[in-house]
Design a protein around this ligand. Structure first.
Ligand code: NAP
Length: 293
């Protein structure tokens, strides 16, 4: 078993990103600028946004946070997005999900200018990604491809099974692995909550990517020897042992699956750290006008 080490890869890529940011500053006098919009006080969202801001600063980006209480109206939020779209000093806009029930996340996502949609959730970016055109790729799938590339994992001709079909992880991941790219060129199977006998598919996976949010869902009897396992799951449980007061578990039973796998991501220390890299690289690409000129 070999570890796909998100800490190692993310630290390495952060240095490269910081060098690029320094070049932009030297050439243009400005830093790449990411704006996050956070509505309400959801614990998970607060943590994710704080981590995104911290990482931006660490690589020499500018970051700004726009906060609203959870009673903000959809209209107000859409007006703010329009204002951020029009601000030439802003390269990337993210609106942290989930949003309160009275706000339609699709409307908000579609309001973001695709050229500043560094989360890659806008239908224009998803469509362009599917067509293999320059686009912002959703941060988690993007981070996973960077990790596979870094470790030289050969994906061409392999059977990739993606468990989970969310808009932010499973679905874009399945598109990326099927594209004519490296990583990519896989034969892809997507499983979800309506798939009967998931084990039948996971047992045939050369590459198994799991993003469902169910602690230790994938057990050793569900994988074949030599499988490459990417565990996206982040299942938080309270703990009296850790300093933070909680412990993270993946969707894969790491202890028993790792001995059968050729490569595997740990949780924590795997995909989560790479997600931040995906976002930073998208913001950098936006500042460099690499996707939309
Ligand atoms: P989501 O929007 O809740 O989607 C979950 C997906 O899993 C859905 O497609 C659902 O199927 C499927 N599913 C649920 N239970 C299943 C079961 N028993 N068998 C098969 N499929 C099942 O979740 P998400 O946003 O993709 O996140 C998934 C996990 O990844 C969560 O733990 C989340 O915290 C984590 N995550 C981690 C990162 C990171 O950076 N590491 C980033 C994003 C998310 P249906 O479509 O049929 O409902």
């Amino acid at each position: 078993m070999n570890l796909l080490d998100g800490k190692y890869v993310s630290e390495k890529l952060k240095l490269e990103i910081a060098e690029e940011a320094a070049k932009i500053l030297a050439n243009t006098g400005r830093k790449p600028h990411l704006v996050a919009v956070l509505v309400g006080h959801d614990g998970g969202s607060e943590t994710y946004v704080a981590s995104k801001m911290k990482n931006c600063e660490a690589v020499g980006f500018k970051s700004s946070l726009v906060r609203y209480e959870s009673d903000v109206t959809e209209e107000e939020l859409l007006a703010k997005v329009a204002e951020l779209n029009a601000d030439a000093d802003i390269d990337g806009i993210i609106v942290q999900l989930p949003l309160p029930k009275h706000i339609d996340p699709e409307k908000v996502t579609e309001k973001i200018n695709p050229a500043k949609d560094v989360d890659g959730f806008h239908p224009v970016n998803l469509g362009r990604m599917q067509r293999n055109l320059p686009s912002f790729i959703p941060a988690t799938p993007y981070g996973i491809t960077l990790m596979l590339k870094e470790y030289g994992i050969d994906t061409a001709g392999k059977h990739c099974v993606v468990v989970g079909r969310s808009n932010i992880v499973g679905s874009p991941m399945s598109i990326l692995m099927a594209r004519n790219t490296q990583p990519g060129n896989c034969t892809v199977t997507i499983c979800h909550s309506r798939t009967p006998d998931i084990k039948k598919f996971t047992l045939d996976a050369d590459i198994l990517i799991v993003a469902i949010g169910k602690k230790n869902f994938i057990t050793a009897d569900m994988v074949k020897d030599g499988v490459v396992v990417i565990d996206v799951g982040m299942n938080r449980e309270t703990s009296t042992v850790t300093k933070s007061g909680y412990k993270l578990y993946g969707d894969v039973d790491f202890e028993n699956v790792a001995p059968k796998s050729s490569w595997i991501t740990p949780v924590p220390g795997g995909v989560g750290l790479m997600t931040i890299i995906g976002l930073l690289k998208n913001t950098l690409a936006s500042a460099n006008k690499e996707v939309y000129s």
